[in-house]
Design a protein around this ligand. Structure first.
Ligand code: GLN
Length: 494
């Protein structure tokens, strides 16, 4: 077996049994990156020398009897996580040369547990997007292609498109990602892998470049649900440096994967049945419910009446917070600066005009508009109220069900030149994912089948706050039933 073909769990087992070393495993992944990254553009920065050094250090620790839970496992890190001494760009020109003097808590946790970092994965600029096409470092290609149309380049989804493409193409065993409105689950779905956005507060946001602070959550993407569970355990944990970090115990998520679903009540929200939703997605959803019923779960129809307001609410709240968070990029404290002949305001204007691309500017303008004195009540305050109602819908649903099953996305991966000139069509990608962010709930995307053109489709499992264990149990049951073993055309060793 090729080292790049292992699951993360399989690689850990092989390392523990002495069948291979981290050095071999890491080298194989770096070779795969060298061969395929010029095409996929999944990494903005590859830290090959550092990775080999870290792998050798891991092998030495192992030889000395110190074996962390992720000992020797090579990962990709979304380039939104600050990594000490390694350029962290957020895929923006304004941070194009930024080298953080500190390590984010999540990546520090992974290093503590023995992980090896291969490099920094591409993303939409400041994590704003659903196709990875807003990156200042160029788009990412989805390793999958349509069966009868192999030449059309497809997007990997976004914003964590580089993370998802890298894992799907076997350039990394797993990756970190972040999800503000779907950026873990949608790219995982488009690339045929698993990804979980945990409960808000589960993973520290400290050292993660901020987009919308009340929505942002870190989480893993990997090729199996169990691999996500293993990664999430290492990434999670209370962090006094993040005031919204939750001081709750971190369970053994991987153990929960084997629990089964017997006796669980699974909710089917009728409002997720959208007009014009492709029949294939509707059919897959039904299939998922049938699988869970066959495994002993009870299927319950539920209503989440404010669902239709989730997308507009998100696209008020997220830009509002973004406009405030991005005020820090002023050309004075860090990041790029465009020297100006005029006054300080001139410096700000020139720096921000040159440093941000159109999508980021669009969000800043929407955000400042909805927060402005004249419109605050009409938009921002109203959106906050609707957000509370969306959350209440879920609170009520949890009285009836233990988890909720929905489609992950309204379509499979689309072409790199589709939807690009229509921001609203792009925003519709997030219709099934944003409610979990607005309510702070865990959501898992799990690949469940292929569409007629041979592209992966995923289902989403939403759970109660801090009940990722049930989410993993349900996701694993779907994974077992689906037996999804299709492979993308572009991958290491193909
Ligand atoms: N696609 C959504 C947006 O553009 C979500 C992005 C995210 O989750 N970071 O805002």
């Amino acid at each position: 077996m090729r080292p790049t073909d292992f699951t993360l769990r399989g690689a850990l087992d092989a390392l523990n049994e002495g069948l291979l070393t981290s050095e071999e495993l890491t080298r194989a992944h770096l070779e795969a990156i060298e061969a395929l990254n010029p095409r996929l553009n999944a990494f903005i920065t590859v830290t090959a020398d550092r990775a080999m050094e870290a792998a050798r250090a891991s092998d030495a620790r192992r030889a000395a009897g110190t074996v962390g839970p992720l000992e020797g496992v090579p990962l990709a890190i979304k380039d939104l996580f600050c990594t000490q001494g390694v350029r962290t760009t957020a895929a923006s020109r304004i941070l194009g040369e930024f080298i953080p003097p500190y390590e984010s808590t999540v990546t520090a946790n992974l290093l503590r547990d023995g992980a090896v970092f291969l490099g920094k994965a591409n993303l939409d600029e400041f994590a704003m997007g659903s196709s990875n096409s807003t990156s200042a470092f160029g788009g990412v290609e989805n390793p999958w292609s349509r069966r009868n149309d192999p030449d059309t380049r497809l997007v990997p989804g976004g914003s964590s498109g580089g993370s998802a493409a890298a894992v799907a193409a076997r350039l990394a065993l797993g990756a970190t990602a972040t999800d503000t409105g779907g950026s873990i689950r949608q790219p995982a779905a488009f690339c045929g892998i698993a990804g979980i956005k945990p409960t808000y507060g589960r993973c520290s946001r400290w050292g993660v470049v901020a987009f919308a602070s009340s929505l942002d959550q870190a989480g893993p993407v990997a090729r199996t649900v169990e691999d996500c569970a293993i990664l999430l355990r290492s990434m999670s944990g209370f962090d006094p440096k993040d005031s919204t970090s939750a001081d709750v115990a971190v369970p053994d998520f991987a153990a929960a994967c084997a629990r089964g679903v017997r006796g669980l009540r699974i909710g089917v929200p009728r409002e997720y049945r959208l007009d014009g939703m492709p029949a294939e997605i509707e059919a897959l959803w039904q299939q998922g419910l049938d699988w869970l019923r066959a495994e002993g779960a009870e299927i319950v129809d539920i209503s989440l009446p404010h669902t239709k307001h989730a997308l507009p609410t998100y696209y008020v709240v997220a830009p509002a917070e973004a406009s405030s968070n991005l005020a820090r990029y002023d050309g004075v404290r860090y990041g790029a600066r465009v020297e100006a002949g005029g006054d300080l305001k001139d410096l700000y204007e020139r720096t921000r005009a040159a440093g941000f691309s159109d999508e980021v500017k669009r969000r800043i303008m929407i955000g400042t508009y909805v927060l402005s004195a004249g419109y605050y009540d009409a938009y921002y305050l109203k959106a906050q109220k609707v957000r509370a109602l969306i959350k209440r819908d879920f609170d009520l649903a949890w009285q009836q069900v233990d988890a909720i099953l929905t489609p992950a996305t309204p379509s499979a991966a689309f072409g790199a030149d589709e939807k690009q000139d229509d921001p609203v069509a792009m925003y519709l990608n997030d219709v099934f994912t944003v409610p979990a962010n607005l309510a702070g709930l865990p959501g898992l995307a799990v690949p469940a089948g292929l569409d007629a053109r041979g592209l992966p489709l995923a289902l989403q499992v939403i759970g109660r706050p801090f009940d990722e264990e049930t989410v993993f149990a349900v996701g694993s049951a779907i994974e077992r039933s689906a037996g999804f073993d299709a492979l993308p055309a572009v991958r290491a060793g193909a």
